[in-house]
Design a protein around this ligand. Structure first.
Ligand code: KIV
Length: 274
């Protein structure tokens, strides 16, 4: 069963109405997309976290639109029925709504995704959201810890004082009014996420925002223990890095062992005479 692009918003809204938690996992290539779909998630996200997870960068800042397209196409090839949302990377939507429209349109055209995600709610960003939505591109918002602002915010928990909380509440409402179909809240206090879940019509999907959300999103590599930097709010469910490297070391040892044994065994003088 393939989800028609227009069904994404109704699907998530229905989940929120029925109180059924929404599950979202990231994918960065064809195998990770297969794992996410086999797990039965509601939505797959190609996050720009692929910069750290798959490309060896320290932050999401170097991730380009070309890289997002390349990886999202690989992810899409594995998905049979799960809707896909792709991150707009740094600089693809901050330089004006024309270039944002072109970037989001390219993601839709070339990757077959159902929508895009962007970070923040600055005045210019709200203009972009409004334009994308009016031109038929579903947009997911992202507030709280926004990794594209790491140089300013670090990876600290956000909205920890009343002024910052009020600002975040206002921005969440503005994103909803601009037409976002859902909102990711990252690394913010649980009470704030819960309030927003109740106040907003759009589904609030948390990561490091407590359980009182309409759904949860996780970076798949974090859950599998395959990430170079484990966030405090997403503990690994298995020691993936260790398991993988131990397994591969076992293979290397297995291949080397007979050769090493032969190399150290003294030649048999009887065999030499034959
Ligand atoms: O890039 C990403 O993987 C994300 C998730 C943390 C929501 O934005």
């Amino acid at each position: 069963m393939t989800l028609s692009p227009a069904e994404l918003l109704p699907l998530l809204m229905r989940r929120k109405r029925e109180g059924l938690p929404i599950t979202v996992l990231t994918a960065w290539d064809a195998p990770s997309a297969r794992w996410a779909e086999a797990a039965g998630v509601d939505l797959v996200l190609v996050g720009d976290s692929l910069g750290m997870v798959a490309l060896g960068h320290a932050t999401t800042l170097p991730v380009t639109l070309d890289a997002m397209v390349h990886h999202a196409m690989a992810v899409q090839r594995s998905l049979r029925h799960t809707p896909l949302v792709v991150d707009l990377p740094f600089l693809s939507y901050q330089c004006g709504s024309d270039s944002a429209m072109a970037a989001a349109g390219r993601l839709l055209q070339q990757t077959g995704c159902h929508g895009v995600k962007l970070e923040g709610a600055e005045a210019e960003t709200l203009v972009v959201v409004d334009r994308l939505v009016r031109h038929g591109i579903p947009v997911m918002g992202h507030l709280g810890l926004t990794p594209q602002s790491v140089r300013q915010l670090g990876y600290r928990r956000q909205a920890t004082d009343p002024v910052a909380q009020e600002r975040l509440r206002r921005q969440a409402r503005q994103l909803q009014d601009a037409g976002c179909f859902s909102l990711v809240l990252e690394h913010v206090p649980e009470g704030l996420a819960g309030d927003l879940r109740r106040q907003l019509d759009l589904p609030v999907i948390g990561i490091g925002a407590g359980d009182d959300c309409d759904g949860q999103v996780r970076v798949t590599a974090d859950l599998l223990g395959l990430t170079p930097r484990q966030p405090p709010f997403a503990p690994a469910l298995l020691p993936g890095e260790q398991l993988f490297s131990d397994t591969l070391r076992g293979w290397v040892d297995q291949v080397r062992t007979p050769l090493a044994a032969a190399a150290t065994t003294p030649a048999d003088p009887e065999a030499q005479r034959c």
